[in-house]
Ligand binder design. Sequence first.
Ligand code: SF4
Length: 229
Amino acid sequence: MSLESQLNIFGQTTTESITSNFDLIPTLNSIPIPPGTYNSIAQLATHCQICQRCELGKTRTNAVVGRGNEQAPIMIIGEGPGQNEDEQGLPFVGRSGQLLEKILASVKLTIEKDIYICNVVRCRPPENRVPTSAEVAACKPYLLEQIRLVNPKIILLTGATAVKAITGKKEAISKIRGTWIEWEGRSCMPIFHPAYLLRNPEPNVGKPKWLMWQDIQAVRAKLDESAVK
Ligand code: SF4
């Protein structure tokens, strides 16, 4: 799609209007963020740190943009930052993050080399509530820009909020986890959130932890398959 066509989708007709609105992006959610707005994740992060496009900007300590390899073949998208993440400015750094790293290591994947992690919303919802539809919509253009810049082959959607934000699907995560969904030329798989596995630690066949083991092996196989194509 040409740049002009992309601009038309967002009601813009010239690149000049994007340039002139660029500084307003973090202040107003009525200012569009068309594909190609940012040249790098670092540039996008400077806007996120001062962003007030939704109410979550008022209560955050740090905007949590992402971590890992910015050219990774796999992106993991969670719901939103929790307390540890808000304090440190990094996603998945608490107990959930430690478990996620162990799960990835079980199939020889590391965050430094193979993974880029981010969330549907970049600022912590108070009391760790689920982000509202308006908050998800306000933050989604940043997420789409991160996906464009990282350009992963595989996207893992941890939990129902991430699945709905990307695919629009509203099914329970227990129903659609482990299935591949094609989205914008990428292979997406809904998986359990590691926090759910911490609450359901039984390893028996058919339990969430066992199902996650099946899913992460399928992800490893898909990555290996895409590497030989
Ligand atoms: S959650 Fe996203 S849209 Fe809302 S203030 Fe934070 S960075 Fe901006």
